[in-house]
Design a protein around this ligand. Structure first.
Ligand SMILES: NC(=O)c1ccc[n+]([C@@H]2O[C@H](COP(=O)([O-])OP(=O)(O)OC[C@H]3O[C@@H](n4cnc5c(N)ncnc54)[C@H](OP(=O)(O)O)[C@@H]3O)[C@@H](O)[C@H]2O)c1
Length: 341
């Protein structure tokens, strides 16, 4: 008689923050190149809020296991697995099929917690090519914050931006991507101008190394303050997470020939674009979609070398997923929101 082992997974049943429920799933057979992990911690990204509300893609087939980011311990490996062994601490790449080079349409479809089941489950199985080792100085809770937010900041600044020591970076707000951008930029010897809508959060950004602070709510014309802080020239790199509502000011805050990483939609998805400003400043506007496994490995080397610790603002239990999503929606958080399994 064969026995089937089940594990607990949480499924988004309909597009509502309230409709995520635990369910039992059957363990699949392990293929030769596969690695099974016991998920120990997961983290939230703003994307998870968009997915849960049906704003990411209203045609997304449901139910789906939400959340792209997680970290866990290897509990079983297939016969042909060579890179990992039982007991290893690992994280899957945001897009398991994006190994190196440029992103492809097929790899983009494998993004976890979208069309493919995500990490809010006790157990997950991946091809070994999707996994990376956790930097030794990080806990599971800290590691679970890296796959999307940190790698996006890395792609923006280190890969596309080829950031150099002495350059100036503008970060916006105190969410996951922005705080990782601040930490990575400081480790690389850059100057950081950080904004936030709350003075209390600005204090904490200063403690993390931000050189110049701007409250974008008190100063709606924050781009002018950025220009003032850079002697009128503007910053080398903008980590643009606001989208339609902030892009024009971000372009004004960038220097001539500057680099604007278009990453987020916190303040709107579509709007008008001032083509003349873009042309006359010879700006480089570059969309960013997280990163490859090889970039993830490169980033982890830098995180280990510099002892960078992700900022975990609040930890919930996995069963509190609705509360965690609502907390993110409230905008009270600083850094990352983590759930423990
Ligand atoms: N393209 C990609 O690959 C990629 C990857 C990751 C994330 N994203 C996107 O990037 C954005 C940020 O994601 P996240 O997960 O880091 O979000 P998050 O952790 O939820 O960050 C939200 C924070 O951003 C700040 N904020 C909100 N509106 C703002 C505005 N108008 N101007 C400046 N700051 C503002 C607020 O910080 P304060 O309270 O300090 O003001 C807020 O707490 C989202 O749109 C997400 O979808 C894209």
């Amino acid at each position: 008689m064969t026995t089937t082992t089940t594990y607990k997974a949480w499924e988004l049943k309909s597009f509502s923050l309230q409709d995520v429920a635990a369910t039992a799933r059957e363990e699949s057979r392990l293929e030769p190149h596969q690695v099974r992990i016991a998920v120990k911690a997961v983290s939230l990204n703003f994307r998870d809020l968009l997915v849960a509300r049906g704003h990411y893609n209203p045609k997304l087939p449901l139910p789906v296991v939400p959340l792209s980011d997680g970290a866990g311990e290897v509990v079983a490996v297939g016969d042909l697995v060579s890179k990992f062994k039982k007991g290893d601490r690992v994280m899957p790449n945001f897009m398991p099929d994006w190994i190196a080079g440029e992103v492809s349409p097929d790899a983009a479809k494998t993004a976890l917690g979208g069309f493919v089941d995500g990490m809010l489950r006790e157990q997950a199985t991946f091809n070994e090519s999707a996994l990376v080792h956790i930097p030794p100085h990080l806990s599971y809770e800290e590691a679970a914050t890296l796959p999307c937010a940190a790698l996006t900041a890395w792609s923006a600044l280190m890969v596309n931006g080829a950031l150099k020591p002495g350059e100036t970076v503008l970060t916006m707000g105190s969410g996951g991507v922005s705080i990782f951008a601040l930490q990575l930029a400081k480790a690389a010897g850059a100057r950081v101008i950080a904004t936030s809508g709350a003075n209390e959060k600005l204090k904490r950004l200063k403690e993390l190394g931000a050189d110049t602070l701007i409250n974008y709510k008190e100063h709606p014309n924050w781009d002018e303050l950025v220009l003032e802080a850079t002697g009128g020239s503007g910053v080398d790199h903008v980590v643009e997470v606001g989208g339609a509502g902030t892009l024009e000011r971000s372009m004004k805050a960038a220097r001539m020939n500057g680099h604007v990483s278009v990453i987020g939609v916190l303040d709107g998805i579509s709007g008008s674009l001032n083509a003349i400003a873009l042309i006359m400043k010879s700006l480089r506007l570059q969309g960013v979609f997280v990163g490859s496994r090889s970039r993830f490995e490169d980033m982890n080397k830098a995180i280990s070398l510099h002892g960078i610790k992700p900022v975990v603002g609040k930890v919930f239990a996995a069963d509190e997923i609705t509360e965690a999503l609502s907390y993110m929606a409230s905008g009270q958080h600083f850094g990352k929101i983590v759930l423990k399994l």
